[in-house]
Design a protein around this ligand. Structure first.
Ligand SMILES: [Zn+2]
Length: 299
């Protein structure tokens, strides 16, 4: 969907933050390309991605993968997005990493909120190609920001969260889901994992509304078992077969996560964690952070 004209006015140069006129920076005079009606607003000096490399991608899973289920289920996403929509009420929401609609985001898609869906790649829903390290928007543009399974894939998550903070209006809402116990996915573009408190600290300039485990320890085990099998492979074909066996053999595990997801010890073993918070001016002190530990690994 094309961007609203008000949204076009709030686009900024990702390098110097000056206003853009017809995708030309009024400050540093850089010119930015577009693919169809999708502006490509990348700062080549800090992004892994180059404008000339941005081409439409095929979303179909290759080969055997087409017939397989996902390796586990996000148990909190649907309810959390419904809550996010309720709390935001009305306004404009930035989706970082939104080239496709994420897991459980149906309530967001049908909410009537103005979604601005961005990614480093073109996809069916990408409206702007940009990099979370340098978001091409004026300060205080959004009422909400969403980042599902994004922060493990960025080189500098602290900087990316600072950018989300900058583009949010005062008291704007942020919602993030990020892996804790998951093996490498997306190959070369996978850099970080976060414990519940490590994730909370990333968002220390936000007041917490809610946080916890989004994907449970059985999903973590399913991933671990599947990647264990894959580690025997010495060819791509063998790895695909090992993956298929792992996914099918661990399939029954997913029925355990609904029993476990809200138990205290799950926070120490979750496959992924989430954080829902409001932009605040005061960072959470680190000693207060450690007091917020909710697991059972007491030392
Ligand atoms: Zn500029």
């Amino acid at each position: 969907m094309a961007l609203s004209s008000d949204m076009m006015d709030r686009l900024r140069c990702p390098v110097c933050r000056s206003a853009l006129v017809a995708l030309r920076c009024t400050g540093c005079a850089r010119e930015y390309p577009a693919r169809g009606d999708v502006p490509v607003l990348l700062d080549g000096s800090i992004s892994l991605f180059r404008p000339e490399e941005i081409v439409p991608e095929t979303m179909r899973k290759p080969g055997l993968g087409r017939f397989l289920p996902e390796l586990g289920e996000n148990l909190k996403a649907a309810a959390n997005y419904r809550r996010f929509v309720e709390l935001v009420g009305r306004g404009r929401v930035l989706v970082v990493g939104g080239r496709i609609l994420g897991e459980g985001m149906e309530a967001l898609a049908s909410s009537g909120l103005e979604l601005v869906e961005t990614d480093v790649a073109l996809g069916p829903r990408t409206q702007i190609v940009c990099d979370a390290h340098s978001l091409p928007f004026a300060d205080e543009t959004f009422d909400g920001v969403i980042a599902q399974a994004v922060l493990e894939h960025v080189l500098d998550p602290v900087r990316c969260v600072a950018e989300m903070h900058r583009v949010l209006k005062p008291a704007g809402l942020v919602y993030a889901e990020t892996p804790f116990m998951q093996q490498v996915h997306a190959g070369a573009y996978d850099f970080h994992r976060f414990t519940h408190l490590g994730h909370r600290r990333l968002f220390r300039e936000f007041d917490e509304v809610d946080s916890g485990a989004a994907c449970g320890p059985a999903m973590a085990l399913a991933w671990s078992f599947t990647y264990f099998l894959q580690s025997f492979a010495t060819s791509t074909r063998q790895r695909k077969v090992a993956r298929a066996v792992g996914i099918m053999a661990s399939y029954p595990l997913r029925f355990l996560d609904p029993l476990l997801i809200d138990r205290p010890a799950t926070i120490d073993a979750a496959s992924a964690v989430y954080f829902l918070g409001r932009k605040s001016g005061e960072p959470l002190p680190d000693r207060e952070l450690t007091r917020q530990y909710r697991g059972m690994d007491h030392v």
